[in-house]
Design a protein around this ligand. Sequence first.
Ligand code: NI
Length: 153
Amino acid sequence: MAIRNVIKRDDEILYKQCRPVEVFDKRLHTILDDMKETLYHANGVGLAAPQVGILRCYCVIDTGEGYFELINPKIISSSGSQRAVEGCLSCPNDWGYVTRPNVVKFKAQDRNGKWYEKEVQELFARAVCHELDHLKGKLFVEKIEERVQVEQK
Ligand code: NI
């Protein structure tokens, strides 16, 4: 595994629509392994493929409820609402309140192409929404309702 460079918000690749994953091969697995290592190294809760320069629909998430790989993810339903401070590994100086659904049910494929469904809430639901936005070329900064200053360690 290797730590990959996380692309920052001034790079146009973060604003492009991703294409679906069609081949579930060794190359995909290697990138996923690298994304996992990169996520933990950065103390993040989610990382999407375009953030490491790959315009394909997948992301990795670990909000403390286990590590998940979401390939070709789609939100099936969402409900409720939560408002909390959000950040992004591609936008290290931007923090702010964003309103998201509180409960999200999604389906996705695992690294071998098998579909699964999961219902998540709170931070996990927030992370799913945030990462799926990345796959559509959208950054959370356009959704910030109120900026906050967070001291960088
Ligand atoms: Ni992000």
